[in-house]
Write a new protein. Structure first.
Length: 472
């Protein structure tokens, strides 16, 4: 295949991670040429894909936003289109937008040790690069997780998945059932409740749901950097308390729900998960909107397993029937690291599950490949930006010493751990396809931004790496 373009760094993905990586390359490696390949027609990644009612961030914008172009204003939790526009405005402001090639799907990437280059094949020809930077997220854009239930064909209403929301779906005055209890479900229910006749969240088991202010009034007068650090430290503190005293934190979360819900509401039934806080991500509800919808009689929760669809809606194993005209299957994502790209190194296929993640940014045994991957307990951007800065440190070190390749080899005695230390269904379903992390640094990412920042900024960037050969 003819090579259309040669660059030093080829970035795959024009979402938050890709734009962040491009900015850091321009800022810290100004001599490096780069391009961005994006399979979609618009910038924004996740925030372009999801268009269901109420779609919003589940992290505050002060940490989800770029540190080099801080989110300003008191609105901490914002809608998906506002986030997408913010990403686009950032790309345009820093001259990155024109380096994006849209509607370009990457199929394979082949590394040649003889040439010390990647050849990346797309549906618009091939690209060649010295370094490949995958900023393509962690889930499959083409398909969400869609369980099948008996009787779906008998249901007389509409079944939709949030990942592919029909633009022409009219649910005004209709009865809606939302299957699920994660971040998408708790977003959809209050967003649909104002127009729907009724909305019922049908959950097999509860999740931890925490109300938080949608606005931060301190943002009007406190410098952006301090607002950002305020939210970073609050998240670290919350996570630390949950790990040290999980039962106490679990009871605190339930107590807050009791305060927000009508007297006598069965909190133990609907808001008491089987797991400890942060074994799965907490669900954030801005200004307690879900609790308000329930308290106002606009929404309800049904806890129990679904037996089957029936013509009128859903029947639970308890015998209860949830009547619905529209059923939304907010049943989760399918994880898909590396953008589903088929990787080869000198003709041998790379199977991610056989590899480890080094410093949260490289795949063991694969030369000159970088991967953007966020935290599980904090905003994605915090880690994505830390990765981008660390990649630049490594590239500059290689330039100073005249190296052309870098590769990480895991130690023989490295103990394998899950790359995402969560018990969520989407993680467990993908466990056999994901790379692992180790039991110690630099093969393990601490879920603690301050510790990670110190290690990635001041620690050796070449620890455990093999370099060569020197450039001729």
């Amino acid at each position: 295949m003819k090579v259309n373009k040669e660059v030093d760094v080829l970035i795959v993905g024009a979402g938050i991670s890709g734009i962040d990586a491009a900015f850091r390359l321009q800022q810290r490696c100004p001599g490096k040429s780069f391009a961005i390949l994006e399979s979609r027609a618009r910038i924004g990644g996740t925030w372009d894909l999801f268009r269901f009612p109420g779609v919003r961030s589940d992290s505050d914008m002060y940490t989800l936003g770029f540190p080099f172009r801080p989110w300003r204003g008191p609105q901490a939790i914002v809608g998906g289109e506002a986030i997408r526009q913010y990403v686009e405005d950032t790309a345009r402001e820093f001259g990155i937008f024109d380096k994006i090639r849209f509607n370009t799907h990457v199929a394979t990437a082949r590394w040649s040790s003889a040439d010390a280059r990647w050849t990346v094949e797309t549906d618009h020809g091939a690209f060649s690069c010295r370094f490949l930077y995958l900023a393509s997220g962690y889930y499959d854009y083409a398909a969400g997780h869609q369980p099948e239930w008996p009787g779906e064909a008998d249901f007389k209403g509409h079944i939709v998945h949030p990942q592919f929301w029909p633009e022409d779906l009219d649910y005004s005055g209709k009865r809606v059932a939302v299957i699920g209890s994660g971040a998408t479900a708790v977003t959809l229910v209050p967003a649909m409740a104002d127009q729907a006749a009724s909305v019922t969240m049908v959950q097999r088991s509860p999740s931890y749901i925490v109300a938080a202010p949608a606005r931060d009034s301190m943002a009007k007068w406190l410098p952006a950097a301090l607002i950002r650090w305020k939210h970073i430290l609050m998240t670290i503190s919350m996570f630390g308390r949950a790990r040290r005293a999980p039962q106490r934190v679990a009871e605190w979360i339930r107590d807050k729900a009791r305060e927000a819900l009508p007297a006598g509401y069965p909190v133990e039934r609907d808001f008491s998960p089987r797991y400890d806080p942060w074994d799965q991500r907490l669900c954030l509800i801005p200004d307690g909107d879900l609790f308000a919808s329930i308290s106002g009689g606009k929404a309800a929760i049904a806890t129990g397993e679904i037996e089957r669809f029936v013509p009128q809606g859903l029947r639970l194993k308890s015998g209860e029937t949830i009547r619905a005209d529209v059923v939304v299957t907010a049943t989760g994502l399918n994880m898909r690291l590396l953008g589903g790209i088929e990787l080869e190194v000198d003709g041998e296929a790379v199977r991610p599950a056989e590899h480890f993640i080094y410093k949260g940014m490289m795949l063991s045994g694969v030369p000159n490949l970088f991967v953007a991957f966020g935290y599980t307990n904090a905003s994605w951007t915090l880690r994505a930006d830390l990765t981008a800065r660390s990649v630049c440190r490594l590239l500059n070190l290689m330039d100073r010493k005249g190296f052309t390749t870098s590769i990480a080899h895991q130690p023989a005695n490295l103990e394998r751990r899950s790359i995402m230390e969560l018990s969520s269904g989407y993680v467990e379903r993908a466990a056999e396809t994901l790379p692992g992390q180790g039991d110690r640094q630099p093969w393990r990412v601490p879920q603690h931004y301050v510790k990670d920042l110190a290690a990635m900024t001041f620690g050796r960037i070449d620890e455990g790496l093999e370099f060569g050969p020197t450039a001729s």
